[in-house]
Design a protein around this ligand. Sequence first.
Ligand SMILES: [Zn+2]
Length: 62
Amino acid sequence: MSKKLVLSELQHASAVGIVCGACGCRHLSVYRTVNQENKIIRYRKCRHCGKTMTSVERVIRK
Ligand SMILES: [Zn+2]
């Protein structure tokens, strides 16, 4: 049994498995969040190389 690690600033990206496409690091910070009707768009920026990328989060219903 392992204790749960305390998530720090890394949780934003690493928790959802997003990796920088340029340098491969997981240090992506969200600099902008847009809420739409049924989804959330997050604009992220790599802390290491500065590359930006966008992720979408949405609800999937059955
Ligand atoms: Zn990067």
